[in-house]
Design a binder for this molecule. Structure first.
Ligand code: ZN
Length: 216
């Protein structure tokens, strides 16, 4: 599927005008919640990697607005003991996928979000320079939802059309670019199921089969 052959991609979760996405970096399907934690990509950097993360705040709890607060530097350390340890961090991701599959965007995909930290993919360091970071609301060991797999697959399919340098083998986990330091999205993330869902999204199909079926 080439960019010229398929200028837009419709899906059950959302549809995007890919030419507009390339121009603005903004997903029409996502709620916009701008983070100040970003910068320009280095001159000449090609967007060529997609990094899958997971996050939940407090850890293991879902819902609420703490992730938004964290990525916008508004996390109140008095609201949970764990928050005291992270409230001063200045981080972000491009997109968050909630448990229900809904999207929140914090940084234009054209800009450099602060999601990967010290990292290396196939010998190239500073993955933030050339990657898009997508957070799944979740933990390393709680199964992700079918809605999240579908949303991530459809989002990835759109991103791969918009930035064709992101081939299937250039979609990776934070744990893989920062081994020994990061573990997300963890063993709960079933790459096989995601790869099937991605192939379906790229071909304009989707499956309602939950990730618990047929996933190794
Ligand atoms: Zn991460």
């Amino acid at each position: 599927m080439s960019y010229s052959a398929r200028n837009s991609l419709s899906a059950t979760v959302f549809s995007e005008d890919v030419s507009a996405l390339r121009r603005t970096g903004r997903l029409s399907a996502a709620r916009w919640c701008p983070s100040p934690n970003y910068g320009p990509r280095p001159y000449g950097a090609s967007i060529s990697l997609l990094v899958v993360h997971s996050i939940s705040l407090p850890p293991g709890e879902f819902g609420g607005r703490y992730i938004e607060d964290f990525f916008t530097n508004n996390l109140n350390p008095a609201q949970h003991p764990y928050f005291e340890t992270i409230a001063d961090m200045r981080v972000s991701a491009h997109v968050l996928i909630r448990r229900d599959g809904s999207l929140t965007q914090f940084v234009s995909l054209l800009d450099r979000a602060w999601h990967a930290g010290r990292s290396c993919f196939q010998g190239i360091e500073e993955c933030n320079d050339y990657s898009i970071g997508v957070e799944l609301e979740g933990t390393d060991d709680i199964p992700y939802t079918p809605e999240q797999y579908r949303a991530l697959a459809e989002l990835s399919a759109v991103i791969c059309v918009a930035w064709p340098d992101i081939s299937n083998d250039r979609i990776t986990g934070h744990c893989d670019i920062a081994p020994g330091r990061k573990t997300d999205p963890g063993p709960a993330f079933k790459w096989h199921y995601f790869r099937v869902a991605l192939a379906e999204a790229k071909s304009g199909q989707h499956s309602d089969e939950p990730p618990s079926k047929g996933v190794v």
